[in-house]
Design a protein. Structure first.
Length: 395
């Protein structure tokens, strides 16, 4: 794994916006605009390196499924902050019927420096991962223009189309609605959903676009309806399950949840069991089940334990935080602060530094198989909303 500097294409912003990355710039606190899509650099990997990372990702995914099975079998929903019995039962039922439910994709965040050490799992966003458009589309076209004939760890588009084809028989009749929230000011959620909708249409599915705020409720029929008063029988939502289940219409979601077998009226994608994988408590449960695994970091739910006294320090992560929100770094010997939210405490494994850029790998999974790579750089140790997307090639 190497970092290279390169001159950006003269008209790069217009090019990537035309390819769906309509949010190529990030506004910083000083009101300046700086590139989010950053093609002033790129990373290169060897093919054996990528093949080894693919094996790691698929092993981690298998381990995460085993951890989900453990959570359900042992009833450990409270460890995930799921204390509503009705929601816990819905998640468990979804897990038991997972072969009957469509599920598409997720993204691991990994710490990896290419220096010979193993990749380390930082978290798994298996419910609402973004940066998909730039990973699947924009960086592929960048490679074809800048490095004709090169290759890339990127089969995302083909895998997504195939996933929709494979899972089409699991969908109820009627259009598959694709929804995002109107609160998305940057357009990232909008374009992620639009891209996924395009892959579904290429798979032959009939789709409709909708915002979460436009979903209605028909009291007489006891069903969700779209803005044309049609029943919402299946819905891909880029909207976290913890919001979906606790919003004002949350009771309707649980009452009409289609977990397969014709038991409900709305099939949501991703399914409710993905709550088991997108929760940071998963990190601690994985460490319980696979202590000492080379691709895991020591992680706990009841406090930092030995991490506070020994080693490089630790990180406290809210169970449901996203984009680095609420992540705090603690040095060796530093006691855990009192926080209002439940956290997972994970050993600090500082992101590798490439020329002053802190790097995290986003490894995509589509239907249980490794499918592609995102690379984000940040100036600090936490990959936050100011991170930059940088393309890659296989040399």
């Amino acid at each position: 794994m190497r970092r290279h500097t390169i001159e950006p294409r003269p008209d790069w912003q217009r090019i990537v916006e035309a390819q769906g990355v309509i949010y190529p710039l990030t506004r910083y606190p000083d009101d300046s605009l700086r590139p989010y899509w950053d093609e002033s650099a790129y990373y290169s990997f060897t093919l054996p390196e990528v093949e080894a990372l693919e094996e790691v990702v698929e092993e981690l995914h298998t381990m995460c499924l085993a951890a989900a099975q453990h959570i359900v079998a042992e009833g450990r929903f409270a460890d995930l902050g799921i204390t509503d019995r009705r929601l816990a039962d819905a998640v468990a039922d979804s897990w038991h019927r997972r072969d009957e439910l469509p599920s598409v994709y997720g993204r691991f965040d990994l710490r990896y420096d290419g220096a010979g050490g193993p990749a380390k799992m930082l978290e798994y966003n298996a419910d609402t991962p973004t940066s998909l458009v730039e990973a699947a589309s924009a960086q592929w076209f960048w490679m074809e223009e800048r490095f004709p004939g090169a290759d890339q760890w990127n089969s995302l588009h083909e895998r997504l189309v195939e996933a929709w084809k494979k899972q089409a028989p699991l969908l109820p009749p009627g259009p598959l609605h694709f929804v995002h929230s109107e609160l998305d000011e940057l357009g990232e959620d909008l374009m992620t959903v639009a891209y996924l909708r395009e892959t579904a249409e290429q798979a032959g599915l009939h789709t409709e676009a909708l915002s979460v705020e436009s979903i209605g409720w028909d009291d007489i029929a006891g069903r969700f309806v779209d803005d044309k008063l049609r029943f919402v029988r299946s819905c891909f939502k880029l909207y976290p399950w913890e919001w979906l289940a606790t919003d004002d219409f949350g009771p309707h979601v649980l009452a009409t949840l289609d977990n397969g077998g014709g038991t409900g009226t709305t099939c949501w994608i991703e399914p409710a069991w993905k709550m088991l994988l997108s929760n940071k408590a998963l990190l601690a449960i994985l460490w319980e089940l696979y202590p000492g695994h080379p691709n895991l970091l020591p992680s706990y739910l009841d406090g930092p334990r030995e991490l506070a006294a020994n080693g490089p320090g630790y990180v406290s992560k809210p169970l449901l935080g996203r984009e680095g929100d609420g992540v705090m770094i603690h040095g060796p010997g530093e006691a855990a602060p009192v926080r209002d939210e439940r956290c997972c405490y994970q050993e600090l494994s500082a992101l590798p530094d490439f020329d002053g850029n802190r790097v995290v790998l986003g490894a995509w999974v589509v239907q249980d198989e490794a499918a592609g790579l995102s690379i984000r750089e940040s100036s600090g140790l936490v990959t936050d909303e100011y991170a930059r997307f940088v393309p890659h090639v296989i040399r």
